[in-house]
Design a binder for this molecule. Structure first.
Ligand code: PA5
Length: 447
């Protein structure tokens, strides 16, 4: 079977082949640091060998729990923020119909997310919608204390109990949290919810292959075994003993760091298929939270082409030359649609009639790549043979492994996120949380 494939040759007009090859020793040292657990943040390396360590019993537990929610719910609300929501949303969107929520003949519950914002209208509208729906909740929080999901869960738990009765509601709520700490663990024990553990050693943004991602993906009807199998394959391909030249995660980490050192401070993750939009959101969190610290780090952004070619495309082509792009290219689509012929040919496009739509998309991809390279935008390309669980699993592990290596090349701790606390402290001070009296006084004096 094929693997996903990284091409970096269209970066070589901007950085030399030799300068990337020169990372060999630095990358080997970073890999060794990861695999021996001797670097910064080494307490958070539970993701590193996760795919190959997931056993059949664990997957069966996930599938059986998913079946209960699938059999009893029209809607499943996944409550979580950041790493507790982006991974499953990315995979489910990539594998679902683009019009999933409108499908009449549904085989799986509609997946909705809450707890990723504090929008009062969002929560009101969600609760109005759920009034007429049989719904269940997957509540995900590693710390069990994050304000946004805690608020959403309070509202939804009460609603579910009112609509279904407390005993039935207990069976329709699954909690995924720390094994012993936090409010969600305490509540789950009290109420007797089915629970899954987020290991201490797995940070939120590296948790998609833990129950955090696997359960919502299984509930949506996708094959978590194939996802894990794909990730395990990439774990092998990008393993400790892989040669630098053969290891795509090592190559990606090296070339993006070299581009960064040459002044390319912005990376855009590009897709040509709109169902990959949330994969870009997942990737932004992975790289943004891992590398953006100590006043350094590539700024990760994501764009959906063709749509964004008609907005951001101008900046990318001709704006400040501080940007490079990584394109996710899908070799074969899952469906076929032929460019139609038109009798009057008013748009002059009959020369394309009979060609697959994806042929046109691929020419847009190729044309864009060449235009961007001509315009000073180095191009990296990650090709997936097709969009399915197996190759998404490969892509997830590839980006995780590359992120760990890349963070060490940059010299930061890729596994903490101290900066996320700053807004929380201010918010609690402004909300006059007990214990924050001094901060409240100080912050009010600034307003
Ligand atoms: O990557 C991370 O660790 C964060 O984005 C967390 O996932 C996010 O803050 C949610 O935290 P928690 O799962 O503790 O509610």
């Amino acid at each position: 079977m094929e693997n996903i494939k990284l091409s970096i040759d269209k970066a070589f007009g901007f950085v030399s082949k030799e300068s990337v090859a020169a990372y060999k020793a630095e990358v080997a040292a970073a890999c060794k640091t990861l695999h021996t657990g001797s670097g910064k943040g080494s307490e958070y390396l539970g993701w590193l060998n996760l795919p190959s360590s997931i056993d059949n019993e664990h997957l069966t537990d996930i599938e059986n729990t998913a079946k209960i929610l699938r059999d009893n719910c029209e809607v499943v609300v996944v409550v979580g923020i950041g790493g507790s929501y982006l991974g499953s949303k990315a995979v489910n969107d990539a594998l679902s119909s683009s019009f999933d929520w409108l499908l009449a003949d549904r085989k799986s519950p509609i997946m909705i997310h809450a707890g990723q914002n504090i929008g009062e209208d969002y929560l009101y509208e969600l609760q109005e919608l759920l009034k007429t729906k049989k719904f269940g909740i997957i509540s995900i929080s590693k710390s069990g204390t994050t304000t946004e999901p805690a608020l959403a869960f309070r509202l939804l738990k009460t609603q579910l109990e009112e609509q279904q009765g407390k005993a039935a509601a207990q069976k329709l709520i699954v909690a995924i949290t720390d094994k012993s700490r936090g409010a969600l663990r305490t509540l789950a024990t009290q109420e007797g919810y089915k629970t899954f553990v987020i290991e201490d050693s797995i940070g939120g943004r590296f948790s998609v292959l833990s129950p955090v991602g696997l359960l919502p993906i299984a509930v949506a009807g996708f094959d978590v075994r194939e996802l894990v199998k794909g990730a395990a394959k990439m774990e092998e391909v990008c393993g400790q003993d892989a040669a630098f030249e053969e290891n795509p995660a090592a190559q990606y980490a090296a070339v993006r760091n070299e581009l960064y050192r040459k002044g390319k401070g912005i990376e855009i993750l590009v897709n040509f298929h709109p169902k990959l939009h949330f994969f870009g959101e997942w990737w932004k969190q992975l790289y943004g939270e891992s590398e953006g610290k100590e006043n350094k780090g590539i700024f990760p952004a994501a764009v959906d082409f063709s749509a964004d070619l008609h907005s951001m495309g101008q900046w990318i082509q001709e704006g400040e030359r501080s940007i490079f792009e990584t394109v996710i290219s899908i070799k074969e689509t899952n469906h076929t649609k032929i460019f139609p012929t038109s009798e009057d040919n008013l748009d002059g496009l009959n020369f394309l009639a009979g060609k697959p739509v994806d042929f046109v998309n691929k020419m847009a991809e190729l044309g864009t790549m060449l235009a961007h390279v001509d315009g000073g935008v180095p191009n990296l390309r990650l090709e997936l043979p097709r969009l399915n669980e197996y190759y998404l699993g490969q892509m997830i592990y590839f980006f995780e492994k590359a992120c760990g290596i890349s963070g060490y090349l940059l010299g930061v701790n890729p596994f903490d996120q101290p900066g996320v606390e700053a807004y929380k402290a201010n918010m609690f001070a402004l909300l006059e949380k007990p214990g924050f009296e001094a901060e409240t006084k100080a912050i009010k004096a600034r307003l």
